[in-house]
Design a protein around this ligand. Sequence first.
Ligand code: AMP
Length: 395
Amino acid sequence: MEKKTLRDIKVSDKHVLVRVDFNVPLGKLTGKITDDSRIRGAIPTIQYLIDQGAKVILCSHLGRPRGRVSEGLRLAPVGERLSQLLGKPVKCTPDCIGTEVKRGVSEMKSGDVLLLENLRFHPEEEKNDPEFARSLARLADVFVNDAFGTAHRAHASTVGVADYLPAVAGFLMEKELEFLGKAMADPARPFAMLVGGAKVGDKIGLLENVLEKVNSLIIGGGMAHTFLKAQGYDVGSSPVENERLGFARGLIEKAARRGVRLLLPTDAVVAAEFSAGSTHKTVSLTNVPDDWMILDIGPQSIRSFGDELKGCKTIIWNGPMGVFELAPFRNGTTAIAKLLASLDATTIIGGGSTAEAIAELGLADRLTHVSTGGGASLEFLEGKTLPGVAALLDC
Ligand code: AMP
């Protein structure tokens, strides 16, 4: 990797400020953590620092408090869960900067873990305010960024602190950059990208960038409607981004010029309404009835996408194949997920809704890498430099 990591610096007895991504989902009614995988994801870095005798100061955001204290978004429940996972006490501070925090930090012993309060209780965090960044940096000797999920944001705790402290990547950040980086820079071929999700507009940068690199581009989900319409299909009442039809045509032509195999669905599950209880049926793409909308790919598309993917050595998947949140329309996403889990290939899942679907299916362990960052992995795959990564020391 081009960036320094935790292994490249001395941390024993040092105060180490670690930016983690503890932005865990909370139950709407209970306020309890419903999925602790982001906390688990940070354990290798935290445990390594404890074992090295560092004084570990963790900081994170949680939710969107918009620069104000929000009682429901305090990090104490995360601290409790972390303490259970580490098997040792984790002290939580009432704020992330200020006198009380400084006192807590000065009382730390080697191997102690302290969790600072939600960074986004201060508006200065998201504004990347230099004074706020300096106050955070003053707590420590070294900065470790392990929050890949927020690396696409230039905030005080992801970019600003690196102006004042030596900054390196944690193990989760390193893993994300290695898997995504190798797949994009030097993939085992054939290399396929499977793109789905709601809209073409959200994935223009991704489609343009990957077209330069892949052997196959497979498009499903809601965004396929625009590509299908661009090819002259009638997609019934499925939403189409008419302003993107030109882009879709251009991409199809460019794929043909570059010898990239571009696959679109050939059949679909269509429904009269956007609801789980709606009447639905499977039809060929030449037969989508007026007033019906496409909510999933059909069995023939699953087969043709699957046949293409079976021959590939590297596959990146971003975006579900249908409305997987509604049971009658999750078959395409489920079938493709199961297929990827069975392949002897490097299989990488971009974060966000695709990662959610994979987690629900319990397949995460059978894929090479499931990214923890939705927006961050999308920007990385678009070929953008993530500010939180750029801020780290070069090797
Ligand atoms: P994204 O975050 O861009 O990956 O989009 C994910 C969303 O796309 C999910 O909430 C899916 O329900 C939605 N989606 C996938 N396929 C379709 C479709 N055919 N029609 C409408 N929404 C879809």
